[in-house]
Ligand binder design. Structure first.
Ligand code: ZN
Length: 296
């Protein structure tokens, strides 16, 4: 049976409405070497088993957020778009399910410029998918992808990306693109914070309204395996050790502060808490009764 190709969950948040929206998912086959690239296979398989995660045919959701605050309609990242038609590219269907059209989107906040986050900005023919949107990107992210010598030497990648897709897409929207400094508050409801390692400008978002808040961890963790074992890392991080340090720092802070977090690639809908364990941390999904709405 074909799946529905859309999913959205509403989170009422004071004067705002936040939606968790699905762009679908993708498969990576064997979780190694993308996750835990240099760890003994047996240890990784044991850890996957104890977390009830698959040891092969591993899949990850692509999940993002949409925020309505007054007349601002802010989309956080854009999913894969046409780049991965197998099980991804659902974002517009999910927005439509939530009651919004592409024309409604006033702002697109780019957390970092990997394909599963910027791939949905353009149609395959180069046209804009969100015709009325302005774009916002962290300065270190823009500078990295637009620099001549992009340094991947501190990653565990076996093949370095060319960065062409990034310069093509960012170039196509350059007249509508605003560059911000991580730490800036955007739209009076999102405090940005640099979380480097995954990419040099990778930024997490503290979304707030009154005394309510959600921290969007974006790609600090790609799997609950990396919450239990943050030092095992991922080949997707441009700077592997910096990624590990950022992951540990943010996991510690979220567990110490009981922070409600959302994520891009943890099992749908990817909202929950970071719990402390004897050796590290664990993923605690947020309790949810209504499949379409979450109260925080
Ligand atoms: Zn991602």
């Amino acid at each position: 049976m074909k799946s529905k190709n859309s999913a959205s969950i509403h989170i009422p948040m004071g004067e705002m409405d936040v939606y968790i929206v699905s762009d679908g998912y993708f498969g990576i086959g064997n979780p190694q070497p993308i996750l835990a690239p240099e760890i003994e296979e047996e240890n990784v398989q044991d850890a996957l088993k104890s977390l009830h995660l698959p040891g092969s045919e591993y899949e990850m959701p692509i999940t993002t957020l949409f925020i309505k605050r007054g007349d601002r309609h802010i989309l956080v990242d854009t999913g894969e778009g046409y780049h991965d038609p197998v099980n991804a590219g659902w974002l517009q269907n999910s927005l439509s399910e939530a009651g919004f059209s592409p024309e409604d989107v006033t702002d697109i906040l780019i957390t970092h410029a990997h394909r599963d986050h910027i791939g949905g900005i353009l149609f395959e023919d180069g046209g804009r998918r969100y015709p009325n949107a302005k774009y916002h990107i962290p300065a270190p992210e823009y500078n990295f992808w637009n620099s001549e010598a992009k340094d991947f030497s501190k990653s565990k990648m076996t093949v370095y990306p060319t960065g062409k897709i990034q310069t093509d897409i960012l170039g196509a929207i350059k007249n509508e693109l605003t560059i911000f400094e991580p730490g800036d508050v955007l739209f009076s409801c999102i405090k940005t914070e640099l979380a480097p390692g995954h990419t040099p400008g990778h930024s997490i978002l503290h979304i707030f309204s009154g005394d309510q808040s959600i921290t969007h961890l974006v790609d600090v963790v790609h799997s609950s395996l990396l919450i239990a074992h943050p030092e095992w890392g991922t080949q997707w991080d441009v700077n592997f050790e910096e990624g590990v340090a950022t992951r540990k720092r943010i996991l510690e802070s979220c567990s110490a502060n009981n922070t409600l977090v959302t994520t891009c690639h943890l099992p749908w809908p990817g909202i929950g808490y970071i719990g402390k364990t004897e050796k590290g941390w664990q993923w605690i999904p947020k309790a949810q009764s209504d499949p379409y709405s979450i109260r925080i």
